[in-house]
Design a protein around this ligand. Sequence first.
Ligand SMILES: [Fe+2]
Length: 287
Amino acid sequence: MRRITERAVHVTSITSQSQQDISASDSSDFTLFDAETTGNLTRDHIMKLAVGVTGAVLIKNFSARQDCDDIMAALETCEFGAYDEQVITPRIAKLGPAVNDLYSSGKLNEQYWEHCAQALRTRSTLLRGTDPMDLAVSRLREAWGGEVERARTGGKPMYAGLIREMTLGSRIHFDEITLEYPGTLDEIPASFLTFNWYLAMPAGGGETSVFRRRWRPADEQYQDGYGYLDAVVAGEPAATMAPEVGDAAIFDARNMHIVRPGVGPGRRVTVSFFLGITGRGPLEIWS
Ligand SMILES: [Fe+2]
């Protein structure tokens, strides 16, 4: 293939026969990896994330700020658990079971289902007597123009919708259930997106950066605790988002990503789950 050096050749400009062998990705500032901001999530956004031509989508005012404040007030009386603190440092508090804590011998253990029932009970009244996930799912359903269902494992619907506090940030990591916890999902989707709805944000910091870089086996040399050293994403394009309360963000969880620590007062709390496009058409969700 003929390579070109001109900057900013856009794919829409590739029309004539003589130009058909020009790849826009040869241009150094054309990365197909921008963070797009929208007030109105559409199916097209989800598809572009799924196929990897958008780095991240930040949805402004996914919910009213008041919804978030009401959920946060209701959470005051709820006790959070945490991811396994031997593995996940700094600590990430959460309400609800995650696959990584409760997967043993190729499947989710009994504790997972106990935590699931408990968390669904707690969550069911957090938004003025309703489940905040009902709001999130109904907005996603509208955007997708189709059904949104809980993913199944061994025929049973999985938990979807962790409430997580990540005020101290996260390490660079990726999430890929079929690689890390094979056999969990009954139906393998064609995408592995992650959805975060921001209920509370610290005064500063707390940004999310997503890198145009999926895990490779050779990356294990960079392993650092549950995550990876900065070197793993050196030189890679990144999509960075600074969400505000009420916003939501979606990106491909298989791309390396990091959450920066909060600066100043305030917690960083999200409703978080994964999102897959099934071959049948519905979106499936899990946490
Ligand atoms: Fe993650």
